[in-house]
Design a protein around this ligand. Structure first.
Ligand SMILES: CC(C)(COP(=O)(O)OP(=O)(O)OC[C@H]1O[C@@H](n2cnc3c(N)ncnc32)[C@H](O)[C@@H]1OP(=O)(O)O)[C@@H](O)C(=O)NCCC(=O)NCCS
Length: 194
């Protein structure tokens, strides 16, 4: 059994340590981090997943703009190396995107591997330009509201009005936590089929 809760300020150092473990050194030098500089994350959607109290996975989101349109920037997401491939990333993706829809967000953007993210509905975004150097094939989008990406093109920019964003809570808000079962992985029959 796992518990997914909104990240609190107390979780912050542990989440950073997990990201440092899962990503290459110098991750914060990536150009996508410049979109996050000085902008608080979207507190309702930054989630931690714990099993028996141990942090196993985390996801964060930031607000950005494409033109005048508000966009959710997904990431980083990371699962502890000892638990990768067990479905925890999928749990956090589905849970956070459901919460994002509930919070009224319309469109999500990320930079990542299309072969992983397409299972959640992400497709390559033509005409949406992340700060260089970013491989355009890795710029992916998801519509939480039908048609939300139609006609939305141009450079991705920092949220210009970040002071209105609420900051991470200081303590866990129990009612926002969700108990989840250990994901069932599809059975893989190693026997060659005729
Ligand atoms: C990428 C990551 C978040 C996925 O979470 P996870 O819990 O390991 O993945 P899940 O168990 O939900 O899904 C496993 C499936 O995703 C696939 N997968 C995982 N990473 C993948 C990738 N980078 N590209 C393509 N497929 C990938 C696995 O092969 C597996 O496929 P299968 O279901 O066909 O067997 C996690 O592996 C991780 O933290 N990786 C290191 C950090 C990272 O790369 N973060 C993403 C960039 S922001």
């Amino acid at each position: 059994m796992y518990e997914i809760c909104p990240e609190t300020r107390a979780d912050g150092p542990e989440v950073e340590t997990l990201y440092d473990l899962c990503f290459a050194p110098g991750r914060t030098a990536l150009s996508s981090y410049r979109l996050r500089d000085g902008v608080p994350p979207v507190a309702d959607l930054c989630l931690v997943l714990r099993g028996a109290g141990t942090l196993m996975a985390a996801i964060r989101f930031w607000p950005v703009r494409v033109g005048r349109r508000r966009v959710l920037l997904l990431g980083p997401i990371a699962v502890h190396p000892t638990a990768q491939g067990e479905g925890l990333g999928g749990l956090l993706m589905h849970d956070s995107l459901r919460r994002a829809t509930g919070c009224g967000w319309s469109r999500v953007l990320l930079v990542g591997d299309e072969p992983y993210y397409r299972r959640f509905g992400f497709v390559r975004l033509d005409g949406v330009v992340m700060p260089p150097p970013t491989n355009p094939d890795r710029v992916l989008g998801l519509e939480l509201r039908a048609g939300a990406w139609v006609g939305v093109t141009g450079p991705v920019a920092r949220e210009p009005d970040p002071v209105q964003m609420p900051s991470l809570p200081t303590a866990p808000q129990g009612e926002d936590c969700r108990q989840v079962q250990t994901p069932e992985r599809p059975h893989r029959d190693e026997t060659p089929r005729r």
